[in-house]
Design a protein around this ligand. Sequence first.
Ligand SMILES: *Cc1c(COP(=O)(O)O)cnc(C)c1O
Length: 374
Amino acid sequence: MEKRNIKLSKSSIGREEINAVEDVLKNEYLGMGSYVKKFEDDVKSYLGTDKEVVCVNTGTAALHLAVEALPFDDFEILVPSITYVASYSAIVAGGAIPISCEVDSINLFIDLDDAKNRITSKTKAIMAVHYAGDATKMKEVYDFAVKYSLRVIEDAAHSFGSFQLNGRLVGYEGDIICFSFDGIKNITCGEGGAIVSSDLNITNYVKNARLLGVENDTDMRYSGKRSWDFDVVKSGYRYHMSNIMAAIGIAQLKKIDSIREKKKILASAYINAFVRSKNVQLLDLNYSNSLLHIFVIKVLNRDKLKIFLEENGISCGIHYKPNHLLTAYNSEINSLPQSVEIYNQILSIPFHLDLNDLDQQYIIKKISEFYDEH
Ligand SMILES: *Cc1c(COP(=O)(O)O)cnc(C)c1O
């Protein structure tokens, strides 16, 4: 039998996205313009929020500008060690110091008991990551933030379309919420990101900063114009979203219900297969509220299993290597044994919209075969 080649993740693009991009190309206005405004309006109405939605070119840029917009100097941000390295890069780029915190071993959410012990007089914010897409633990984070007078940045890169415990979508409420629309996230713009907040100090900052700091250029761009006589008070970046990206996002957002249904079916198949397994543990996530970005299992013999699956044409991932183990983010106060232990057990298995049932059954079969042999 021919060797399979099952991807861990992939973009899922249909006629709708291709047509939308073709429209933009034919209009010959490719940069930031009316499509970006429309995508921002569409996201806002989808979330049902009265907050502002400001789009940028990556989720990392969203996090970076969120940090930079905070009104503090020389400050620290609590962040789980197990997150995409983008969270850390964004904190440093934004002028703050990332303080690595442990994650809870059952769900890989930031461990607030550990975080509490890492608070200093410089701690001004907490960046909570909705790991795998579960956004149901934010009440605890906001209670914690009130108690210790912290701002909250939600790294919601995994959780676009997920519900909180009160049934509201992520982004409906909260302090500063950052989404990613990169190629493999819940919905994509090719690349892209958004900042959602009702703090106008934050959103106005981001609107200028994404366009090189050129004041009030955002409204000009929406109407296909640009400023010629302008001021820059604070230097900025080329972080705006383009019409091409926004057109993809508009088409993707229309499909969010079918994306959710497909992900539910995929997750249920894995849950049914592993819920009573001795060798494979599921994370203790709120699966019914979450639009999952990745499917993570905790296993014994992780590295050997990963090699075995890859030899059988099944690509796997590890989300993520703890950031406090990286040279740039290491420091002696960063001893996090719990996170290192969990890191050695987690494995992400294929989870994308084009994964078919036969391939999924094959993955499940190969995992149990591995444990039969070991
Ligand atoms: C993807 C991701 C980001 C960054 O988003 P990009 O759009 O890829 O820049 C940040 N944090 C987490 C947890 C992510 O998974």
